[in-house]
Design a protein around this ligand. Structure first.
Ligand code: ADP
Ligand code: MG
Ligand code: MG
Length: 877
């Protein structure tokens, strides 16, 4: 294979082979921009080197040829004592890995060629020796692995002796002395002399760049950023240009527009008489790029002209590195630049208005994650220091009084106070408090803990697993590091986007985007207008419909404002909590048919009212109602608590408590998630499902009488065999007939067996909805509630998976089962409706997967509806 490409041979689409830097240097070269000549050694050569532990055959020859070409083009030979060519050896992987791998400048200098360099620069000795000491310093650190502080300390020493803090005050003699000192450091640290041979310098630097791919910090960075480990880096060898040969020279970085707002203009920093790395290292204060206009108008105008060329060519915001050598501008790097979420939306629409891209392209230029960021209120935290840090479980900015129980949270919230619910960890009983609170803070549990999952679902701010906090529930207070004690009622602020916890009130700025979705803002705000435009376009191209998971009329109404086209999952279990628990207890304790029927009869009108509200909020749109799903014991008192209560009461224990205790014991399960729940409950407790179906049917009938257009769909959870579904279906159809309304009847696909027998199940189901939370845990065989705390972080560290399968759908596992179910289900029933209602329905990557396998809709929490709309649009563009 060809291992080396001249800059004139590559282009921007060859990033796999030439790395991002090399591909873009080639692109700029071919655009005719002033790039110093050079060549790129491919990532393939790097991979071969890392695999075999030596350079691939032929690489040295190819390098020699390209070096000879470069020397010819420059009219100088590498390290020639009289008139040296110098080069930089620069790493550059496909994905930018800032600061992970290194670059060596000024290769080719030694005790002889340093004089030649001075001569080239018109006798500028300081410049030549400065360049030389930089070479030894960078080479020593990067190639020889010497602690960089040793060199820095030596420089500080010289500055101190001269009584200065600026390296500009160091003269040629100081630089020469530093070269000696640096050579001494190299000898001392490595037992060898600094290599004087230019070609050896180059070869060693190239190998060091190859090897830096596997440096521990690079490995860690890739794992975090989910960059594949086997790509390797390219190496760019580039003729040096010098920003450090006087005040008419310098180096800088620039953006073609403001990366934080998208505003067009001149954004960048410039440093006179300096080499590249000085700008980032912050040794001297840079000046705003605008000032270059005053210093060197010609170069400045040229730079602006080039920035315009680059923007028009890449059709996007670019960032660049440049150097000016005695009034001559050189381009050293460019790439499509990173930007804030707000800037991403603005820039995408600005580029459309400029005619550079079309709306389809604009939709792909932004992401659901960026939109999510824009939907959360933010803190203006300048001047505030966090007292602790936890995990950023659910973004947003929440301020309120710390409270330590669900009851207290509800009390204070009812009295109009803002509260933050602080717990060690939360459980389903905290739900009321979580709903009432502005935010949730826990000291235990990770990003898939109960608190985190529920909070994300509600779009509520949550910081979880703040382990530095000692939460004392009994005394209603917590202690933060440094002995800071926060008592109930003290105001705290939590930042769900960063995980920071603050004492006191940090000012909050609401999200203009959400205000707009809620109908409170308008499109006069440029950002809002951009988001609106992009979402509208996404809606016009997407193939997936977007529904919401909502259990209350309020949530349903909000989801609708956010663009939901129906409800994909209306859970009914919340409808059995609170005061209705007593009715559920009666149902479970019923010993005769009459008692059971009485309990069901009491529940039915309550259920009906719940459904009327939701059907009304979603009038004209489908509402998928799932019949009761969780294990019954969740509605009963806690076993331990009740045992204690009965034991303490002794003879005085009430008859009901005794019977309740028996029932709780009877219903106690080792693995409740695999126990009596879902359709199994429906088949075991006579009348339970029938009551729910009747409540749905009568709610629909009532809505019709009111002139509405109800579209209920009845969904049976946890089906594993078609027989289960057939039994429930028969009864449900009978009830629908009796009441005289229509409703689709379908099932969740969440047990692996259901996916595997989808062809049969589709005979009794008019729709499938993939319950990917259960499907994931049953496919992997681990329980979401348990594994998160015990081994998930370890698994992520070990790379067993790059991201939790509860967050992003695991395509090979549950995803494969979904494909099977889609294929076989549609074979049986071509018009089978297919959707997803697990947490994954609002996850960007998972939405793309659902698009690929041909689902009809995704369903997610109301707050994520716009995100799913956008991602469904991106998937279709
Ligand atoms: P990074 O990827 O860390 O930015 P670079 O390879 O871009 O590393 O180089 C580090 C610094 O050295 C940059 O400021 C760059 O502009 C500068 N630089 C690299 N090559 C040359 C060169 N041939 N002439 C002058 N400066 C250079
Ligand atoms: Mg760079
Ligand atoms: Mg489920």
């Amino acid at each position: 294979p060809k291992y080396v490409y001249n800059f004139t041979e590559g282009n921007k689409d060859l990033k796999d082979l030439l790395g991002g830097k090399g591909a873009n240097l080639a692109e700029m070269t071919n655009l005719g921009l002033p790039v110093p000549p050079g060549f790129t050694i491919t990532t393939e050569a790097c991979r071969a080197y890392l695999r075999d532990g030596r350079e691939p055959d032929g690489l040295q020859d190819e390098i020699s040829q390209h070096l000879a070409d470069l020397e010819r083009a420059m009219g100088r030979r590498l390290g020639d004592p009289a008139d040296p060519l110098l080069v930089s050896v620069r790493s550059g992987a496909k994905f930018s890995m800032p600061g992970m791998m290194e670059t060596v400048l000024n290769i080719g200098l030694n005790d002889e060629s340093v004089h030649g360099l001075a001569k080239q620069a018109g006798g500028n000795e300081r410049f030549a020796w400065d360049s030389y000491r930089r070479l030894i310093q960078m080479f020593g650190k990067t190639v020889l692995g010497i602690d960089g502080d040793l060199f820095e300390h030596a420089i500080d020493e010289v500055k101190r002796a001269k009584g200065t803090t600026s390296d500009l005050d160091l003269d040629a003699d100081d630089m020469r002395a530093l070269v000696d000192t640096f050579k001494g450091i190299v000898r001392e640290q490595t037992g060898k002399d600094f290599p004087a041979d230019p070609r050896e310098q180059m070869n060693l630097a190239i190998r060091a760049v190859f090897e830096s791919w596997n440096a521990p910090r690079a490995v860690l960075y890739r794992r975090q950023e989910r960059i594949p480990a086997d790509l390797g880096t390219a190496v760019n060898v580039c003729a040096m240009v010098f920003g450090n040969c006087g005040m008419d020279s310098g180096t800088g970085v620039a953006f073609t527009r403001d990366p934080s707002t998208g505003q067009q203009g001149v954004y960048g920093d410039y440093l006179q008489n300096a080499q590249g790395e000085d700008v980032v290292a912050g040794i001297r204060n840079t000046m705003p790029l605008q000032e270059l206009e005053r210093i060197d108008k010609r170069s400045y105008d040229e730079l602006l002209r080039i920035m315009e060329i680059l923007e028009n060519h890449y059709k996007d915001l670019c960032d660049i590195e440049f150097t000016i050598e005695r009034g001559k501008l050189w381009m050293l790097q460019t790439r499509v630049g990173k930007r804030t979420p707000a800037a991403a939306f603005r820039i995408a629409t600005q580029l459309v208005d400029q005619g550079l891209i079309d709306m389809n392209e604009a939709v792909t230029r932004v992401t659901g994650d960026q939109l999510a960021q824009l939907m959360f209120p933010r803190f203006d935290a300048s001047g505030h220091t966090p007292i602790a840090k936890g995990m950023n479980a659910s973004p947003g900015a929440a301020v309120g009084k710390a409270v330590f129980s669900s009851e207290r949270a509800q009390e204070l919230a009812a009295a109009g106070e803002d509260v933050i619910l602080v717990r060690r960890e939360t459980n389903p009983d905290d739900l009321g408090g979580m709903i009432a609170a502005r935010g949730i803070l826990t000291s235990r549990g990770g990003k898939t803990s109960h608190a985190a999952v529920v909070a994300r679902g509600m779009g509520k701010t949550c910081v979880c697993g703040a382990e530095q906090l000692d939460v004392d529930l009994e005394n209603r207070r917590f202690t933060a590091p440094g002995g800071v004690v926060v008592n109930e009622g003290d105001v705290i602020s939590i930042d769900g986007s960063t995980g920071a916890v603050y004492l006191g009130e940090v000012p909050v700025v609401p999200s203009a985007v959400v205000e707009y979705f809620e109908g409170k803002g308008d499109t006069s705000d440029e950002l809002v207008a951009a988001v609106d435009r992009i979402l509208r376009h996404a809606d016009s191209v997407r193939r997936l419909a977007v529904r919401a998971n909502a259990d209350t009329p309020e949530d349903a109404a909000r989801a609708r404002r956010f663009g939901a086209q129906g409800i994909g999952l209306c859970r009914t279990e919340h409808m059995f909590l609170g005061e209705r628990r007593k009715l559920v207890e009666d149902l479970i304790l019923a010993s005769t048919d009459e008692e059971r029927q009485a309990a069901l009869d009491a529940l039915e009108p309550l259920q009906r009212r719940d459904f009327i509200g939701i059907l009304e909020a979603m009038d004209g749109l489908p509402v998928t109602i799932r019949l009761i799903d969780p294990p019954l014991h969740e509605f009963l008192p806690d076993l331990t608590e009740l045992s204690v209560k009965v034991a303490l009461a002794g003879e005085q224990a009430s008859e009901k408590d005794r019977r309740l205790l028996e029932a709780v014991k009877r219903l106690h399960e080792q693995n409740p998630m695999l126990g009596l729940r879902g359709v199994r409950l429906g088949l075991v407790i006579p009348g339970l499902f029938a009551m729910q179906v009747r409540a749905i049917a009568e709610a629909a009938a009532e809505r019709k009488r009111q002139g509405g257009d109800p579209r209920p769909e009845i969904m049976i959870p946890l089906v594993g065999a078609v027989q289960e579904l057939e039994i429930v279906r028969e009864e449900a159809e009978r009830i629908l007939r009796e009441v005289g309304v229509d409703a689709l009847i379908g099932t969740m696909i969440e047990v692996p067996r259901a996916a595997l027998t989808a062809g049969q199940i589709a005979e009794a189901a008019e729709f499938f909805s993939f319950g990917t939370n259960d499907l994931t845990q049953m496919t992997w065989g681990f329980s979401r509630d348990d594994v998160e705390a015990s081994f998930f972080s370890r698994y992520l560290d070990l790379g067993v998976f790059g991201v939790s399968p509860f967050e992003t759908l695991d395509r090979e596992g549950p995803g494969r089962l979904m494909r099977i179910a889609v294929d076989e289900g549609r074979k049986t029933r071509p018009d089978l409706k297919l959707g997803i209602c697990g947490e994954h329905g609002g996850d960007p990557d998972s939405v793309h997967f659902c698009h690929e396998i041909g689902l009809d809709y995704v369903s997610c929490s109301p707050f994520r509806v716009p995100i799913a709309r956008l991602e469904a649009g991106r998937a279709a563009c």
